[in-house]
Design a protein around this ligand. Structure first.
Ligand SMILES: *Cc1c(COP(=O)(O)O)cnc(C)c1O
Length: 411
């Protein structure tokens, strides 16, 4: 590992891994099958004796492997497995590392589809406790002898809550629990979950990392900090060799190979191109988001603004201590929820759309869309107000966005 900066290392990664013919940008490998001169090499790849070999694209291609090594380097981990989407990555972690009778403690402030997935795994016999993870005490109080895993998001969408990442990291280390951190909204440039003792890091590559709204992908990264030799749910077949690799090996074999939510080489290529400008986009969008958050905060039509780098944010100190900046996710509440739809309709720049981390600003009223399915009681429990609006800040010029909000909100 070099001591060069984040973006220097990223843009020179292709050359260092020796792309064919001296190509400066790694090619897209579309072959599904991989042939061998000697059948013993084919056997070696199947048996894991030959590292880094390919046999069938569902289990990876040179292009998806490049994504995996890039994210591993960005997160300071020991290995990653790539998936077709962020949800495929999260699903693979739950279904391959938890069994019926196990208990998962999760943040109650999570991405809506992850919350829906909790219901699915509960029906399969995995107990799920959803707690307010902004204090480690709440996580500790929920632990049972069957608890195996704790799941949080670094910066929750849409409410921008930040868990007690350091406290939960310490607790998980003391109790031997797998600590899974979804780093999607912050990205490895803003925050490295390994720094607080995370065992596994999830990234939906669709958002910050690909960054252009043109590719889906997800990764699970092992930080190397968890002792898999003591974990009861590792299948006999994967209890071979260095125990550091056991957990991720199981995620790759059971989660990627068997469940089949594989990243395509085409999307992997777009993700690699997008990832080269991750730092530039994270710096730009966070600066715009902070300026916009400050502007919205003083506007009389706005009841509340949720952004971690505002001094009044409840976890502002944690954000300042752990994050390089506040990222592109911003939420605000209109004092009069009845004005929400007309105000969004009057905006000319932010596009009314779901999705996050695009080059264009995307805006959505939360209660009637992404958190509709869970009902009013579920929304109240997650602190989703009827007038809550989510904004994913894009690359537009700050002055243009502020002028647009000024005209849409009126005097
Ligand atoms: C979008 C998102 C996901 C899911 O990612 P997809 O690539 O859309 O499947 C998971 N977690 C968080 C925090 C997200 O924002």
């Amino acid at each position: 590992m070099s001591d060069q900066g984040f973006t220097t290392t990223t843009v020179h990664a292709d050359r260092q891994s020796g792309a064919e013919h001296g190509a400066l940008h790694a090619p897209i490998h579309t072959s599904v099958q991989y042939g061998f001169e000697k059948v013993d090499d084919l056997i070696g790849v199947f048996q894991g004796r030959i590292k880094g070999g390919f046999n069938y694209a569902r289990q990876g291609t040179p292009t998806t492997a490049a994504v995996e090594s890039l994210i591993t380097r960005m997160e300071g981990g020991v290995g990653s497995v790539s998936f077709a989407t962020g949800m495929a990555a999260i699903t693979a972690v739950f279904l391959t590392l938890l069994r019926a009778g196990d208990h998962l403690v999760a943040s109650k402030f999570v991405f809506g589809n992850t919350n829906s997935l909790f219901g699915t795994i509960q029906d399969l016999g995995i107990q799920v406790s959803k707690v307010d993870t902004t204090t480690a005490e709440a996580v500790e109080a929920a632990l049972t002898p069957a608890t195996r895993m704790v799941f949080v998001e670094t910066l929750s969408n849409p409410g921008t809550r930040i868990p007690d990442l350091e406290g939960i990291g310490r607790l998980c280390r003391e109790r031997g629990l797998v600590f899974v951190v979804d780093n999607t909204v912050t990205s490895p440039w803003v925050f490295k979950p390994a720094s607080v003792g995370a065992s596994l890091v999830i990234n939906s590559l669709t958002k910050s990392i690909a960054g252009h709204g043109n590719a889906l992908g997800g990764t699970v990264t092992d930080t190397g900090l968890f002792d898999w030799s003591a974990y009861p749910n590792i299948f006999e077949a994967y209890r071979r060799g260095d125990a550091k690799g056991w957990g991720l090996q199981q995620v790759r074999k059971k989660g990627l190979r068997d469940m089949g939510g594989s990243l395509s080489s085409d999307h992997a290529h777009r993700i690699l191109v997008g990832a080269e400008t991750l730092e530039l986009r994270m710096v730009r969008t966070a600066a715009t988001a902070l300026a916009l958050a400050r502007w919205l905060r003083q506007h009389p039509a706005i009841a509340a603004v949720h952004y971690p780098m505002l001094e009044e944010h409840p976890q502002h100190d944690t954000a300042r201590r752990l994050f390089r900046n506040g990222s592109w996710l911003l939420a605000f509440e209109l004092a009069d929820p009845a004005r929400m739809v007309p105000v969004i309709d009057r905006l000319r720049l932010p596009v009314a759309a779901t999705g996050l981390g695009d080059t264009r600003s995307l805006i959505i009223p939360v209660a009637p869309t992404i958190f509709w399915e869970m009902g009013a009681a579920g929304r109240a429990d997650m602190g989703i107000a009827d007038g809550l609006v989510r904004l994913s800040v894009g690359l537009e010029d700050e002055a243009d966005l502020i002028a647009d909000f000024a005209q849409a909100l009126g005097g």
